[in-house]
Design a protein around this ligand. Structure first.
Ligand SMILES: NC(=O)c1ccc[n+]([C@@H]2O[C@H](COP(=O)([O-])OP(=O)(O)OC[C@H]3O[C@@H](n4cnc5c(N)ncnc54)[C@H](OP(=O)(O)O)[C@@H]3O)[C@@H](O)[C@H]2O)c1
Length: 302
């Protein structure tokens, strides 16, 4: 198949390579002329045979929205846009409605696998009509991991379902990472008992209930930097965790593990938390418990 790939960064560049290796013809566009096959979106559209299929893989938010808006003015009836970045599912639904007025089709696809996807294949969650899903299946089959289709690719539902399920996937990822990390800290805090927490994690990779790729990556990180001395305990979030909590609140579904993991990331960015200063102040007020001076000197209170 012919495909236009917009955004040739860590994801789009590798995906274009994987698609070409599978025999597809990919025309890539990126604002960096050193990696781009064409100089503009106009040229990209002109280089593709109609009906066109175009994959958008630029940063989520404004860059994705402006790209889709521009495509809306360039593509023709019967063409199709696949949005593969981490968009909010409401944005997909709005964009699909907008493009449908010009008879331009829209498919939202949650993509998982990161930089490893080029060789391992990408986990794909697709939101589309039956007809559009069938249309893009050759592309999805080339991107997904080898093996049974149902173990790497899902037609999750109508437009929006691809990014809704990717959002939930990322929420789960937050909770899993937090639980692994807390277990690691707990073992490391008992070095008189557990001589090598990294070795325990390594042993957990086979035979145990908690074996997983995230566990493999944790062991890899410790191999590269035992004690993680080169990394600060500061963790960003890219939006999907917050959206997961929003969706849970909308539907009154309790998600305490995911919520706690998101809030742990917020805490990681505070050197000195106003809330915990207030807790210390209240303990002092009601019980006369000692507080630690703001300059960090002196003993902690009881
Ligand atoms: N990285 C992951 O593990 C991962 C996994 C799943 C999904 N995603 C999603 O996939 C999308 C791409 O992520 P990425 O990690 O590949 O990001 P990235 O490495 O920053 O690549 C994005 C590429 O798009 C280019 N670009 C930005 N705005 C553009 C525009 N308006 N037109 C054309 N090209 C533009 C960027 O150029 P500049 O470098 O000049 O800005 C860059 O080359 C994001 O929506 C992300 O959320 C990422």
């Amino acid at each position: 198949m012919h495909l236009g790939m917009i955004g040739l960064g860590r994801m789009g560049g590798n995906m274009a390579d994987r698609l070409r290796a599978a025999g597809h013809t990919v025309v890539g566009y990126d604002r960096d002329p050193n990696v781009s096959d064409v100089a503009s979106l106009e040229e990209l559209v002109a280089a593709l045979p109609a009906p066109r299929n175009v994959w958008v893989m630029v940063p989520a938010g404004a860059p994705t929205q402006s790209t889709i808006d521009e495509l809306g003015g360039l593509l023709e009836p019967g063409d199709l846009v696949i949005e593969g970045g981490n968009s909010h599912f409401h944005d997909d639904q709005r964009n699909a409605e907008q493009l449908a007025t010009k008879d331009i089709h829209y498919v939202d696809t949650g993509v998982s696998g990161g930089v490893w996807g080029k060789t391992e294949g990408y986990g794909l969650m697709v939101g589309a009509s039956e007809e559009d899903f069938e249309r893009v299946l050759p592309i999805m089959d080339a991107l997904r991991p080898e093996g049974p289709r149902k173990e790497g690719l899902v037609h999750a539902g109508r437009v929006g379902a691809g990014h809704f399920t990717k959002m939930v996937h990322n929420g789960i990822e937050y909770g899993l990472m937090q639980a692994y990390a807390e277990g690691y800290e707990l073992m490391a805090a008992h070095e008189d008992l557990v001589t090598d927490p990294g070795a325990v994690l390594g042993a957990w990779r086979r035979g145990t209930v908690v074996r997983s790729w995230l566990l493999d990556l944790m062991v890899r990180a410790l191999d590269q930097d035992p004690g993680l001395d080169d990394i600060q305990g500061y963790v960003e979030d890219s939006g999907e965790g917050r959206w997961t909590i929003d969706a849970a609140i909308d539907s009154a579904v309790p998600v305490p593990a995911i919520a706690a993991s998101l809030f742990a990331r917020f805490s990681s960015r505070q050197v000195d938390s106003p809330a915990m200063r207030m807790v210390a102040a209240m303990r002092k007020q009601f019980g006369g418990h000692a507080t630690k001076p703001a300059d960090g000197t002196g003993p902690a209170g009881s």
